[in-house]
Ligand binder design. Sequence first.
Ligand SMILES: [Zn+2]
Length: 142
Amino acid sequence: MPAVSTCLAPSCGTKVEGTVDPCPNCGGKMRTPRTVRAMGWLLLACGVFLVGLMSYLWVVLAPAMAHPGDLTGGTTFTGTAEQARTILTVFGAVLVFGLGSIGYGLWLIVTGRRSIAMMIGVLVLAAVLIAISWRAMAVLPG
Ligand SMILES: [Zn+2]
């Protein structure tokens, strides 16, 4: 299926093949493959940032958290083993969410089209992430 431009006016919703702006039907603004790709780059950048940050934190913190109270790798984790597991689970969830946005971002860039299924997938990942973080707040002090 080729990339299409979609009219942003809900009452119009005209779809035209290729990059067309403004709308040939009502003259309103169109969502073009170019704006979809721009959103893709944004998602990709966010995803890469999240994955990079989480990988870094994991590498730095995981050794210390595996041995609470010990001085491992120059940092001491003073919480319990359960808190350590919870924090690493949150990191893992953020990591998966980051990978999800990278995946959807690449899809947007390559196809220039939105994918409802992939968008729902990313939203579900976001919901899971929020649920895990919410539960983590109950375990963690402060
Ligand atoms: Zn229109």
